[in-house]
Design a protein around this ligand. Sequence first.
Ligand code: NI
Length: 164
Amino acid sequence: MKLRLYYETDPILRQKAVPVEKVTNKIRRLVEDMFETMYAAKGIGLAANQVGILQRVIILDLRKRGIKPMALINPEIVVRAGECDNEEGCLSCPGLFAKVTRAACVTVHALDTAGDEVAVEATGLHAAALQHEIDHLDGILFLDRLDPTERIRLEQLRAAHHPF
Ligand code: NI
């Protein structure tokens, strides 16, 4: 079932999601619905906050980069290294894209939909996407991570699109 997406100014995007206690059918159903919602919106990543659910669940589909779709429950970044810039956007902030500096490589520990522990090592866009989605679970948007120049550029863009 496609879920409603929540946008930038909605307070739910500023709240911290709570850990999932047990990976139940309800959580698996949420994951399925999140994939359906993300595909309908042509996104590559989604966090549960964005569909109004404050549980620590994220999904990614970077098939175009040769990475198979994944759902991670209670994801935690346990290693971060280096630094790199990636152009990011967000389904909760339609039409806004900006360069964000994040760790170049991360290792994430999480549970999969079977409730088993998994470790994911990621670099480049994959690493950026994981950090972006995990930020959502902590109430953080990519807009909060922009350097001052990018922020000004984005605000000007916004002003140009909404002159009144
Ligand atoms: Ni996002």
